[in-house]
Design a protein around this ligand. Structure first.
Ligand code: MCA
Ligand code: AMP
Length: 501
């Protein structure tokens, strides 16, 4: 294999018998590896003839289908840069991503095609295809007339494979540029570290527009030619029903909280399982312990981010410790203080990382990229960590103001900016509050200017109109003024206490 295209690596590991099942749907329908090869070939031919050159971006906002996964593979195959977008994003949010990334192609749900075509025209997108929640649309109908034969485009290891937008603390999303080598190295590390084998069956319930569902889960399966039981979304009953046919399951903490809330879930459900992993948000010790009591399995918690894939993991064979994210994977890590000096063992500091998994920089933001890398190449994660007495890493906080709700990241600044624009709002502050299901819930505090009478309902409706639903505050408090320190800075800790009370 002398092509560094990530797709070539996957194809190299597909089973020899291409009639083997690659994907199985809950209704019993299956897709073989031959189906994956054929459709990715047709799609790669179609994309290449739709005005996109290698290196061009393909923005994709579609429901979770096998066809959408194969579209991702086709983008890799044809050297195009895959840009997945959360299906919850509203038009105003998508507008930003299209303007920033200037994709050549947009693939969207037919239901949003009318609105998004207007944006596409404005931002110079050459072609818009549709793909619906059943895996049908103009993308698939037009691909049908194309050949399945496609010679995978030659890529260098540091050519871009994907851009993943991650929200910025200033409110402006940054596109993390991930190369074929970044993704390949992290996939190989995880496959080895988590002891993946050819007879594994992955039960997949995560969304496919983020690192966790798209890269961590699917890449391990592709590298081992595994069957994937492919669910369109997480549903505790459906997962419980399908687990006996699986060996591996990956989820955000909310998935585990919900499984434990399901009375039929237990030891018998997990009888064929060998690995449960959790990440994207902190897994509570209570959830970890209750899961072990109920199933006899110990959840393996790992930690990562869009810019680097997975960074640390609890061991597969060694002890998995509740509340810890384990040990560094194949990247160098160090914990530093505000001056960039390495802290003493056991002290809290910011985690910095360097390795083949670490991204190339932020799309068209050289200053932001420079600001987040040290001169010796370490990337500043913004996560506050401590190495415990066992040498395991623990995330103890974040230097970035971030709320993680059900595994989705919400940046308070973005919501505050929208709230401040609302007529009648003088100022606002957004914090996270512990939530039994989502881990954290978004809570807003508002100071009215008195010109218009606003209440919780009108504030929520205002945000809902513009931002993805998971960013909408679950509760809104109206205050006479925001608590501030002597420097005039809003005391978010005080607000968190007020929200909790
Ligand atoms: C849905 N809602 C939420 C969330 N999800 N509210 C807050 N936080 C959420 N995460 C709201 C909806 O807007 C809706 O509100 C109501 O809940 C019901 O929506 P529904 O779609 O039915 O919800 P659900 O199907 O129960 O979804 C919950 C979920 C989902 C299954 C936990 O959020 C999910 O799949 N999360 C996984 C996220 C993920 O994959 N993160 C990985 C990021 P209304 O009724 O008002 O409309 S990758 C990453 O972080 C890194 C790098 C890493 O380390 O992995
Ligand atoms: P993202 O913007 O999706 O790349 O989110 C990455 C962030 O999620 C990290 O910087 C962490 O703050 C957080 N994160 C991921 N995994 C974990 C975990 N296991 N425990 C705590 N926080 C996590």
């Amino acid at each position: 294999m002398n092509n560094n295209n990530l797709y070539s690596l996957f194809e190299h590991h597909f089973p020899t018998d291409k009639s083997a099942t690659a994907f199985e749907l809950p209704d019993g329908r299956t897709y073989s590896f031959q189906d994956v090869l054929d459709l990715s070939g047709r799609l790669a031919n179609l994309l290449g003839q739709s005005g996109a050159e290698p290196g061009d971006r393909v923005a994709v906002q579609v429901g979770k289908t096998v066809e959408a996964v194969i579209l991702y593979l086709a983008c890799l195959r044809s050297g195009l840069v895959y840009l997945p977008l959360n299906t919850a994003y509203k038009t105003a949010e998508v507008d930003y991503f299209l303007s920033d990334a200037e994709p050549a192609i947009l693939v969207c749900d037919p239901a949003s095609a009318k609105d998004l075509k207007i944006l596409a025209d404005k931002t110079g997108v050459k072609t818009v295809f549709t793909l619906d929640a059943e895996g049908q649309g103009s993308l698939i109908s037009q691909a049908a007339s194309h050949s399945i034969e496609y010679a995978t485009t030659q890529r260098a290891g540091d050519d871009l494979a994907a851009i993943l937008y991650t929200s910025g603390t200033t409110g402006r999303s940054k596109g993390a540029m991930l190369t074929h080598d970044n993704l390949a190295s992290n996939a190989q590390t995880l496959s080895k570290y988590w002891a993946f084998r050819a007879d594994d069956v992955l039960l997949h319930a995560l969304p496919i527009f983020h690192v966790h569902g798209l890269f961590v889960a699917l890449h391990c399966a592709f590298l081992n030619g595994n069957k994937v039981i492919f669910l369109s979304k997480f549903d505790a009953d459906q997962v419980t029903a399908k687990l006996p046919s699986a060996t591996v399951f990956m989820g955000v903490p909310t998935f585990y909280v919900r499984l434990l809330g399901n009375e039929t879930f237990g030891r018998d459900t997990c009888r064929n399982m060998r690995l449960f992993t959790a990440g994207s948000a902190p897994l509570l010790e209570d959830t970890f312990n209750e899961f072990t009591d109920r199933t006899g399995h110990t959840i393996l918690e790992r930690y990562g981010m869009s810019e680097a894939g997975m960074i640390t993991s609890n061991p597969y064979d060694g002890q998995r410790i509740a509340g810890s994210v384990g040990l560094p994977l194949d990247n160098d890590v160090r914990i530093v203080d505000d001056n960039g000096d390495v802290v003493a063992d056991g002290d809290i500091g910011i985690l910095e990382i360097k390795g083949p998994n670490v991204f190339k920089g932020y799309w068209q933001m050289p200053e932001k990229t420079a600001a987040e890398f040290r001169t010796d190449g370490y990337f500043i994660t913004g996560d506050m960590v401590r190495k415990d007495e066992n040498g395991y890493y623990r995330i103890v906080g974040r230097s970035k103001d971030l709320i993680i709700s059900g595994g989705y990241n919400v940046y308070p600044k973005e919501i505050e900016s929208y709230l401040d624009e609302m007529p009648g709002v003088l100022e606002s502050a957004v914090v996270g509050r512990p939530h039994p299901d989502f881990g954290e819930a978004v809570i807003a505090f508002i100071v009215k200017d008195g010109s218009i009478d606003i209440d919780e309902e009108s504030v929520t409706a205002f945000v809902k109109d513009k931002l993805a639903n998971f960013k909408v505050p679950k509760q809104v408090f109206i205050l006479n003024e925001l608590p501030r320190n002597t420097m005039g800075k809003v005391q978010k800790n005080e607000l968190r206490n007020m929200a909790a009370a």
